[in-house]
Design a binder for this molecule. Structure first.
Ligand SMILES: Nc1ncnc2c1ncn2[C@@H]1O[C@H](COP(=O)(O)OP(=O)(O)OP(=O)(O)O)[C@@H](O)[C@H]1O
Ligand SMILES: [Mg+2]
Length: 362
């Protein structure tokens, strides 16, 4: 019996995308089906290269062919991706803007933002990072770029800032334009103009994700970013302590205000537990356990992961080479998993927005 394309499509119509709750064929995720005797090959186009369900979906496809088409089939699946988008982000070529925020300072926003950007890039996504913290920029130090000055180029008569490329991502920091030894004497409107320039006047090219490291709390910069650009979603960073949770709630409240209305992608708990280098199996919950989970529950948003408190995370930030770039270890894994969960939430949020739009349009 010869295998047909229709049989393959019918079989794969039984495989559900667990997040989007529809089958892969309906979602148009199956492409390039080729059949040659018992050899069946096709591509599965995921919504992000950082898909945490990649292996599971691949397995389900394989089983569906073996079960519904032929036990003799020799299956070759090409797992690829096309990052989704839902609306014009206001920055041409940029598909998704992810803001990293917190109510309180010093909880690890910049550390999470840098490792999130690099974690997404590690999976193959095209990523940019904007450090919008005018009063305490972190990107120059975390990426070993102190004193770096971006080049300007002329594109169609306009001056464009060229983001600096390092470790495979594109970077701009307000710190590339200020003197680290001088306080920044800017007032509200100047701050707002400077931040908008990082988005509008830079040559970002095509990006799947543009991550924004915001300053602590809520202020002019948050309002500028969220009102000038349709941010896909915000990642809220907290530490396990109750104080930080109270502040995180404040930070989130701002995104939920009707005038701002930025979806919350979820909560990341940083400094969740301490693990000594010599006892990597031991976890000490020195600030209490489960605070981040609790906040996520109260807000009815996903929990995106626990990041351990490890001296190496701080050392690598200071040394200009964020942790996630290192070889596989527990810290790297924690950041990679977090990045995958963020990408997953972006894909879900995009799918929801698109189906809502279809309902409105029909
Ligand atoms: N999981 C961690 N383990 C160890 N050190 C950490 C961890 N996360 C952050 N740090 C360190 O804590 C300090 C504060 O982190 P970071 O700068 O990322 O916080 P932030 O929220 O961006 O601060 P700010 O509010 O000033 O912008 C840094 O020295 C950083 O290296
Ligand atoms: Mg910071």
């Amino acid at each position: 019996m010869t295998i047909t394309k229709e049989q393959v499509l019918q079989a794969l119509g039984n495989v559900e995308e667990p997040d989007l709750k529809k089958d892969l064929v309906t979602l148009n995720m199956i492409q390039d089906i080729r059949i040659d005797g018992n050899n069946v090959s096709f591509s599965v186009v995921l919504t992000t290269p950082a898909c945490p369900l990649k292996a599971m979906i691949e397995n389900a496809c394989r089983n569906a062919i073996l079960h519904f088409v032929s036990k003799e089939a020799v299956i070759n699946i090409n797992m690829t991706s096309q990052v989704t988008t839902q609306k014009n982000t206001g920055v041409p070529g940029v598909k998704n803007i992810i803001a990293v925020a917190s109510g309180k300072g010093g909880v690890g926003k910049s550390t999470v933002a840098a490792n999130l950007a690099l974690g997404l890039a590690k999976s193959g996504a095209k990523v940019g990072l904007i450090d919008a913290d005018i009063y305490g920029p972190s990107v120059p130090i975390m990426f070993g770029l102190e004193g770096a000055r971006p080049m300007a180029s002329q594109v169609e008569g306009k001056t464009r800032i060229e983001p600096i490329e390092k470790y495979g991502i594109k970077l701009l920091s307000i710190g590339f334009f200020t003197d680290p030894n001088q306080p920044v004497p800017w007032r509200g409107p100047m701050v707002s103009t400077a931040v908008k320039q990082l988005f509008n006047d830079a040559d970002w090219g095509d990006l799947d994700y543009l991550v924004i490291d915001l300053p602590p709390g809520t202020g002019d910069i948050h309002i500028t970013v969220t009102q000038s650009f349709p941010v896909t979603g915000a990642v809220i960073v907290t530490t396990p302590q109750n104080v930080a949770l109270a502040d995180a709630k404040k930070g989130i409240g701002m995104f939920m205000m009707p005038a701002i209305n930025v979806p919350i992608l979820g909560v990341v708990e940083n400094m969740s537990y301490f693990t000594p280098a010599e006892l990597p199996e031991n976890k000490y919950y020195i600030f209490g356990k489960g605070g981040g989970h609790k906040l996520a529950e109260i807000l009815e948003v996903p929990f995106l992961g626990e990041i351990p408190l490890i001296k190496g995370i701080s050392d690598s930030g200071d040394a200009g080479k964020p942790t996630v770039l290192e070889d596989n270890g527990p810290m790297t894994a924690a950041f990679v998993e977090m990045a995958e969960r963020v990408a997953q939430q972006v894909a879900i949020s995009n799918a929801k927005a698109l189906s809502a739009e279809n309902i409105v349009n029909n």
